[in-house]
Structure formats: C-alpha cells, structure tokens
Ligand binder design. Structure first.
Ligand SMILES: C[S@@+](CC[C@H](N)C(=O)[O-])C[C@H]1O[C@@H](n2cnc3c(N)ncnc32)[C@H](O)[C@@H]1O
Length: 285
C-alpha cells in the first residue's frame, strides 16, 4: 500500500491550489473566523498570561510620566485589554495607542479599553495599516501580536517600529512559526501582494540591526474537532481562518489533502487536537 508522506501531501496541495486559488477572506469573515479560531485554542489564554506577566516589568523604568505603548494590529483588543489593565495597575498612567485597519475591530478595541474604566489610561486607536501610518513620538513598548503576517515588508515594519522606540524601549513580536499547522496556511492562503510572513521571516530580519533579542515559544493546542462534528459551521470557520481564504471553494482533492495533513499532525488521543505554538521575540537596541 502506498503511504503518502507529509511533504508529498503539501506538494500536491500546493499544485492544486496554484491552479485554482481560493478567494481571500473579507475583513468581516476574517474577524468572525479569527474569534472562532481563538476560542478553539488554549494559546490565547497562554499568550495573554505571558503578556500580562512579562511586559509590565520591561517598562518598570518609566517613572514620573505615562508609559507609552503602541500595539500594531490590535484587532478587537482581546489581548490589549488585559495588557493595558496590567500596565495601568496601581494607578500607573498609560498612553495606549493602537493601529488597526479594520474599522469595526478598531471600534471594538477602543470600546474595550475605555470599558476598563481606568482613569490613568488614555487610548488612541488609528484606523489604518502600519505601513500607511506608524504614528509619531517615542514609545516605551511596541507590540505586534499575530499581526506581522500581513505587513508588506517585515524588515521595513520592524524598522518603523524600532524608530518609534524611546530610550530603554522594547519591541515584542508574537508570530506563528511555519510548522506544522501553518505550513497549510503557507500552502493554501491567497497571496495578497506577498505571501504571509511567519516567525522564521521575522527572525531572519533581526540580525544586523544592532539589536538584543530574547526568544521564547508559547505552547498551545488547537482543537479542530468541529471540522468533523460541524463541518458546515464552526468547522468551516476554523479551516477558513487556517488558510485565510474560503475553503468552500477548494477542489475536493485539495480539501482531502488538507484534512489528511491535519489528521497526520493531530496529537494522539481523542478529538482532533493539533500543536499550536507561538514564537516570541523580545527586542531591545
Ligand atoms: C490575527 S489578528 C490579531 C489581532 C490581535 N492582535 C489579537 O491577537 O487578538 C491580526 C490583526 O492585524 C490587522 N492587520 C492586518 N494588516 C495589518 C497592517 N498592515 N498593519 C496593522 N494591522 C494589520 C488585522 O486587521 C487584524 O486585526
């Protein structure tokens, strides 16, 4: 019996998709499927805990003025809310700026941060992408949480962010690595001017800029059980976010290969759970 290897599966999948690219997600479908995706993974809680524990000490040197924060691609603020609250603990003043191109998400993050009701917290959300407007003035912390995938040029985005750092400032980038789940994203996602970037692309840009880099990995597990139990509902939303496009438009052979790869990388045990790691880079000059 012929057993197809993981790389054969990906080669065949890429070949089919190259001849029949699927439509990209609309911004609305993206935001909806992102929420479903995060709810299916324990990575979200782990990364939130990591941000809340690790970032406030990095700006502890800021005294006698507000801590200035810039979040790039803040989405609906589901991690920025807890982070802003942690930074503002004890009555500390925080100027929290967010950049988010999707207007409903920008509205949601502004409302979420305002809803914290913290008197020392000021909030500015710019509805734009980071290439069009990186803002002005020095900040103490810039973070990219799951957003560097989409910038036109990773090196240029990092340089724009580094240019914003004041003395003692820190840049934090949390980006999925290109294995073993995201190889499917890489194989299937429609290219919108460029392929999606991954942690390997971020790491490749860090040397040669005179930076000090600390790296870590946040482990996670993504439960894809709904792909079997609710294929037309939550299951389709999960697959759409995974490949950042409409999987309903995939030819049947490509869909079978995609599911075969997921089966292949699933962890032993009941359900359909796959590793969902996240690379962390903490960067200072
Ligand atoms: C996966 S979501 C992450 C949202 C949020 N950081 C979180 O972890 O919940 C990626 C976000 O990046 C935003 N985005 C896409 N392209 C961007 C760009 N060029 N500049 C800034 N944000 C961008 C998207 O609109 C989306 O809200």
């Amino acid at each position: 019996m012929h057993t197809r290897s993981r790389s054969d599966t990906l080669v065949q999948l890429r070949a089919i998709v190259a001849g029949a690219p699927i439509p990209a997600l609309t911004p609305l479908r993206y935001a909806e499927t992102h929420a479903v995706w995060e709810a299916a993974s324990d990575q979200r809680g782990r990364l939130r805990d990591w941000l809340v524990a690790e970032l406030p000490p990095l700006v502890a040197h800021v005294r006698d003025r507000p801590v200035a924060v810039l979040g790039v691609g803040v989405g609906d603020g589901s991690v920025d809310g807890p982070l802003a609250a942690a930074l503002a603990a004890g009555g500390r003043r925080v100027d929290y700026a967010g950049v988010e191109p999707h207007p409903p998400s920008a509205g949601a993050v502004a409302a979420r941060l305002a809803g914290l009701g913290l008197p020392g917290l000021t909030i500015t959300v710019q509805v734009t992408d980071f290439a069009s407007d990186a803002g002005t003035g020095p900040v103490d912390l810039v973070h990219f949480v799951h957003s560097l995938y989409y910038v036109g040029d990773v090196g240029a985005a990092l340089d724009r962010a580094l240019d914003r750092l004041g003395p003692g400032g820190v840049l934090v980038a949390l980006t999925a690595p290109l294995e073993p789940l995201c190889v499917l994203t890489d194989a299937v996602a429609p290219h919108e001017g460029h392929r999606q970037w991954f942690a390997e692309d971020v790491r490749a840009e860090l040397p040669g800029r005179g930076l000090t880099v600390r790296e870590a990995v946040i482990d996670g597990r993504l439960d894809l059980g709904a792909v079997r139990t609710d294929p037309a509902g939550t299951g389709e939303q999960l697959l759409d976010f995974l490949v950042q496009g409409r999987t309903g438009a995939l030819p049947a052979a490509a869909r079978a290969l995609l599911l075969a790869h997921l089966r292949d990388i699933a962890l032993p045990g009941p359900g359909w759970v796959v590793p969902h790691p996240l690379h962390v880079a903490v960067v200072t000059r």
